[in-house]
Ligand binder design. Structure first.
Ligand code: PRX
Length: 692
């Protein structure tokens, strides 16, 4: 039955019937309230009147249809795209229940299409040829670049032709290791055009992490650039790729083409280390190719991309998304969650190396024919006003970012914001981690001038697109709550035993039944896919997040319940950090936990046991941190290293992380029962060493 999924709908209707939604312009903020769950921020009438979903009633209608008749709801939307051949019947099929056999999800199977065609050719042909597709803002202020839809199509075709010429075929993997220059979305689209499967690796990952991903997906080609400037630093990406290719060759994976873009503002080609025969300058070859390229038509269920993400074991998971469902889902979620209109200028600060940059820098917006801003640099360079300078420069109307950036700018002071008028802004968005109510209010009041709704979008690499999100203008918001499910999404909260809990409750967040943007497998490891996501609570997809539903049906995400931590919106497995630490010759054992961090949301706290006889020193601490930077990337560097001559373990040898978390957060009177430890004395010892 689906009745429980409508409880939130009833509650919005009640609030609305009480006259609280329509006709109230005042924003209720900062009043004394019994709890944060009582704080309601009402959309203003003017915004609601023009919104795509102007009222709870409209949402209700659409939501009901989407869960009662998913096939009809999604086919109607899918028909707005170009399909070389229409999908067959059924529109979707799924087995979500491991007890009934292998988990399998298919949407629009038999439909033949191409997502690049739908992003570019379709828009060019429908009168948007001269509309700006991408505004590009470099690291150093003062200049800019842009491409119209027609120009973008031409650039994509040239690269697609080059790749084809080099033997890249449908189904082949291509690794992209690029910073936020226009060539990054160009590269993704070019792969999609020829049916190649892109795997973008965030250009903050180390050579070792890159090598690990190369070994897993065995790309035909690696696309990179020589260097990038971020703030005042120059990062020589090509050297990282060189090292990664040496490393992957050791596992027998040889990549014989490395197409390298010369990013002149960061480094001239003369200074770039080069391997003749393998390395090719992008600018020397790609522009010579024709500016038109026939599309490779693919099945809706053919793979579009692989994106590696962290789990609770050391090995990253290759999340696989396919074409048709992902296309329909990212386009639709983008449109409704940001109340997108063709006149909008949209800026998402995420890097294309993460899922947000796939779904909401590249595919979702371009499918809608939107104008996007791509920013190469750092948001606090040359100073903390940079974002608002860019907003004013391009007249950005929709600004989508992460809570960590909001908190860091908030700390730097309002003056950096108020110095700029920011008149163009009309919708704000937040993603990556829970946004705390005080950061929400600052974002709303100071950045958005108390007039822009905030879409706090909850979703994951695995979900492909938004799952729980406000629809701007449709209903009142509560600072810190992602509010209600998107169309077609049926969230459920379950208890330890996997039983659904109704009404006001807390528990594990799961999803019942599939949605078009869902990932279809973990590359090369369908068993791990089932074990991680479908076995913990049979019958459901398990998100790994904890969640609370309040008395009004609003959802409040409370963070990961597994061994994954979320640092500045970056997902990091504690096991990955631990394995980097123990690869240091002087480290015998490591245990990593997350701690609360004012700006990053969570910080990394590492307990380390050294090899017998090795003394702990400041130098060793630095070299341990260095090891993690080298093995994973700078973003995973521990904030604190705690020397642990012994770790609290049960008699069977299991590390008791619960105790470590309490010690890390200095909640020393909440250690709980330590009597089951093999050696209870280690706790005292750890406390004594806490500030060394
Ligand atoms: O814990 C949730 C958190 O980020 C995790 C997903 O991380 P990743 O796959 O890297 O994707 C990040 C961008 C979608 C989730 O399991 N998370 C993401 N968005 C939110 C969030 N937590 C609370 N509120 C959000 N809006």
């Amino acid at each position: 039955t689906t009745t429980s999924h409508f409880s939130h709908v009833e509650s919005i209707s009640k609030l609305s019937a009480a006259g609280k939604i329509s006709g109230v312009n005042a924003v209720v903020l900062g009043e004394a309230l019994a709890s944060e769950e009582d704080e309601l921020v009402f959309p203003n009438d003017e915004f609601s009147r023009q919104a795509l979903v102007p009222s709870p009633k409209k949402y209700l209608e659409m939501y009901k249809r989407s869960v009662e008749d998913p096939a009809g709801f999604w086919s109607d939307i899918a028909s707005q795209f170009y399909w070389k051949q229409k999908w067959g019947r059924p529109v979707f099929s799924e087995n979500f229940d491991v007890r009934k056999g292998n988990v399998k999800i298919e949407w629009f199977k038999g439909g033949i299409t191409n997502i690049c065609y739908n992003c570019l050719d379709r828009n060019v042909e429908s009168g948007n040829a001269d509309k700006i597709a991408i505004y590009w803002e470099p690291n150093d202020p003062g200049s800019q670049d842009s491409l119209t839809y027609f120009q973008l199509l031409q650039r994509v075709c040239q690269l697609a032709n080059y790749l084809k010429d080099k033997g890249v075929k449908k189904g082949d993997a291509v690794v992209i290791y690029l910073p936020m220059i226009m060539e990054l979305p160009i590269a993704m689209l070019a792969c999609a055009r020829i049916g190649a499967v892109h795997s973008v690796v965030f250009a903050g990952f180390s050579a070792e992490s890159l090598a690990q991903r190369i070994v897993d997906c065995k790309p035909k080609v690696v696309l990179t650039c020589n260097a990038v400037k971020r703030g005042s630093k120059v990062i020589t990406l090509k050297e990282i790729v060189d090292a990664a290719l040496v490393e992957s060759a050791k596992s027998g994976i040889l990549v014989d083409l490395c197409l390298t873009y010369e990013n002149k503002s960061a480094m001239k080609r003369e200074s770039t280390k080069w391997r003749e025969g393998r390395d090719v300058w992008w600018q020397d070859v790609v522009p010579k190719y024709p500016t038109t390229c026939e599309v490779e038509w693919v099945d809706a269920e053919d793979p579009l991309f692989l994106l590696y993400t962290s789990g609770s074991t050391g090995k990253p998971k290759g999340v696989l998304h396919t074409t048709g469902g992902y296309m329909v889902y990212t386009a639709t979620t983008f449109k409704y969650a940001f109340d997108y209109k063709p006149s909008d200028i949209y800026w998402c600060t995420a890097d294309c190396g993460w899922i947000t940059g796939h779904s909401y820098v590249t595919y979702g917006p371009l499918l809608n024919g939107a104008t996007i801003v791509v920013f190469e640099g750092a948001p606090n360079y040359p100073d903390s006003g940079r974002c608002w300078d860019i907003v004013d420069k391009f007249k950005v109307t929709i600004f989508y970012t992460a809570p960590t950036l909001v908190r860091s700018l908030m700390r730097d002071g309002d003056e950096y914001v108020t110095r700029y008028p920011r008149k163009s802004l009309r919708v704000l968005g937040s993603v990556g981690e829970p946004i705390n109510p005080s950061a929400w209010r600052w974002f709303f009041n100071v950045v958005g001038g108390s007039r822009c709704p905030i879409s706090d979008t909850w979703w994951q690499t695995e979900t492909g697109g938004f799952m729980i999100t406000p629809l701007p203008g449709a209903w009142p918001q509560k600072p810190g709550s992602a509010t209600f499910p998107f169309f077609g999404v049926q969230p459920v909260i379950v208890d330890e035993k996997g039983a659904e809990i109704e009404g006001e409750c807390s528990g594990y967040l799961c999803v019942k039944s599939s949605w078009p943007g869902a990932f279809r497998t973990l590359y090369g490891d369908h068993e791990r896919y089932e074990t991680t996501y479908f076995k913990p609570f049979p019958g459901y997809y398990f998100s790994g997040d904890g969640c609370r539903r309040d008395k009004d049906g609003y959802y409040w995400l409370t963070g990961r319940v597994d061994d994954v931590i979320n640092v500045s919106g970056h997902r990091i497995g504690t096991a990955e950090v631990e394995s980097a630490l123990v690869s240091h010759p002087q480290c015998a054992e490591a245990a990593v936990v997350g701690i609360e961090h004012e700006v990053k949301g969570q910080g990394i706290y590492a307990f380390v046991t050294l090899v017998d006889g090795v003394p702990y020193s400041d130098e060793l601490r630095k070299s341990l941190i260095h090891k993690v930077r080298n093995q994973i990337g700078a973003f995973a560097a521990p904030d604190k290293v705690h020397w642990a001559p012994g770790l609290p373990k049960t008699r069977s040898g299991k590390i008791m992380r619960r105790i470590l978390r309490k010690i890390a957060s200095r909640q020393l009177n909440e250690l709980g029962d330590t009597s089951t430890l093999a050696d209870p004395n280690v706790v005292e010892q750890l406390i004594a060493l806490a500030d060394r």
